[in-house]
Ligand binder design. Structure first.
Ligand SMILES: NC(=O)N[C@@H](CC(=O)O)C(=O)O
Length: 455
């Protein structure tokens, strides 16, 4: 299945009239959704007799967010997350599509595996779940995975990544870039030179890691891989995407590569836009993530890079972990943080409230560009008549308290617990059907019916 032009997608769902929404934060208008599409935009639109009316009262209408980097843990770690629970967290966070990373157990390195992930995503019916295929068999970095089979499969994989591990062997990296080029696919690199930062390295290398006695993860382990990879991308003419950029030095390398015309894109996570490595002085494992939190100068460079567009996209790196993997002494705990439901609030706080991005800019970095990078033609589209109704409606003036137990994820490892975040997702629409309304998931029965109809 491909997310884009499913024949009849959205047909049969009840029309929705959104009254008084502000597209990209502009002037209030009415927007009609019908047959999976935006069917009308204007003032005082006629309400079709069977339409559901949502009084939006000035809420901001945005293209549904697209996450390039989500760990859904199924198959293998359904105690931490399932495709259904991760999809629920995504929809509640305003997402209409997510890319499910390949580091599951078994690894998503064959056509049958990626098709199974896509099928489970369709069954959940809350967001378009786009499987990411592994670059190397078993993420072991030795032999190429079945890239061609995954790209040609019904799941039509366009993003390949060994995320969690770096494709560190330069020859394998070169071959992978060459191999995926004819499919117009992209290689999403987890940039971490394993000789400079191995699996024991868990804190930004600096004075603090020394004082805390935690093994240091130096920024150069990321920057040197990105420098090598942009040269390989230039040499092969293939598309490279850099996952979770964490250092100001990497932003410099990306700026240089883009100026040369290299086909490179990059993402930053919400947690790297907000949190700094000082938090590690608590030794609280909720702040353990890969790559690690960095000093304030890096956070500033990441915000500036995202505002400028050198960093193309925000991606959550949603990494759920069960308490029995996370609640350990810092060095022994699993790497990773939840991200889907808090992403918008953190981006508003770091990029909008600070005046670095307007609503159009936020939509560009959270929807338009991620959709382009993943080659998702039905998402990240302009808010115009005839376009697919993959949308999110945000109440700008509301804030909400992050309570781990209230999140839809099966895991609780949010670093934002107890924080007040701005912007509430009121509703999310997938092909014109509300997956979220009034800030809560649509009824399970309604969702099951819709998922059945879309098969
Ligand atoms: N980002 C993380 O901290 N964790 C990721 C994998 C990884 O990138 O290490 C995970 O799968 O948990």
């Amino acid at each position: 299945m491909s997310e884009t032009k499913r024949p009849g997608a959205g047909a049969g769902t009840r029309p929705v009239l959104l009254r008084g929404v502000r597209p990209l934060g502009g002037q209030p208008v009415d927007v009609l959704l019908a047959d999976g599409l935006i069917a009308g935009i204007g003032s005082s639109l006629q309400t079709p007799p069977d339409a559901e009316l949502i009084d939006a009262d000035g809420a901001v209408l945005l293209p549904g967010f697209v996450d390039l980097h989500t760990h859904l843990r199924e198959p293998g770690r359904e105690d931490a997350e399932t495709i259904a629970t991760g999809s629920a967290a995504a929809a509640l966070g305003g997402f209409t599509a997510v890319h499910a990373m390949a580091n599951t157990n078994p690894v998503a390195d064959t056509a049958e595996m990626v098709e199974q992930v896509a099928r489970l995503g369709q069954r959940a019916g809350l967001v378009d779940v786009r499987p990411v295929g592994a670059v190397s068999k078993g993420l072991a970095g030795g032999q190429l995975a079945e890239i061609g089979n995954m790209a040609r499969s019904a799941a039509a994989v366009r993003v390949f990544s060994d995320d969690g591990s770096c494709v560190s062997d330069a020859r394998l990296m070169r071959r992978a870039l060459e191999y995926l080029k004819p499919f117009d696919a992209v290689l999403a690199q987890h940039a971490q030179d394993p000789r400079l930062a191995d699996a024991s390295c868990c804190a930004h290398e600096g004075e603090l890691s020394g004082r805390l006695g935690l093994a240091g993860w130096p920024s150069v382990a990321e920057e040197s891989i990105v420098a090598r990879d942009v040269m390989l991308a230039e040499h092969t003419g293939s598309r490279l995407h850099v996952c979770h950029v964490s250092s100001g030095g990497t932003v410099e390398v990306l700026r240089w590569a883009k100026a040369r015309g290299v086909a490179v894109t990059a993402e930053v996570t919400p947690h790297h836009l907000l949190l700094t490595c000082d938090l590690l002085s608590t030794y609280d494992p909720v702040f353990k993530v890969n790559p690690p939190l960095r000093p304030a100068e890096d956070v500033e460079a990441l915000r500036a890079g995202l505002a400028e567009g050198v960093i193309d996209a925000v991606a959550t790196d949603h990494a759920p972990h069960a308490a029995h993997d996370k609640d350990h002494a810092f060095g022994d705990a699993a790497f990773g943080m939840l991200g889907l439901q808090t992403a918008l609030g953190v981006v508003i706080e770091t990029m909008r409230v600070t005046g670095r991005l307007d609503w159009a800019g936020l939509a560009d970095r959270m929807s338009v560009r991620p959709a382009q990078i993943g080659r998702l033609t039905g998402h990240g589209r302009p808010l115009a008549v005839g376009e697919p109704a993959n949308l999110t409606l945000v109440e700008e003036s509301s804030s909400w308290l992050v309570e781990p137990a209230a999140l839809a994820s099966l895991s609780r490892n949010t670093p934002f617990a107890g924080r007040e975040l701005p912007g509430r997702v009121l509703a999310t629409f997938l092909r014109g059907r509300a997956t979220v309304r009034d800030g809560a998931l649509a009824e399970a029965s309604e969702l099951a019916e819709a998922a059945e109809a879309s098969r």
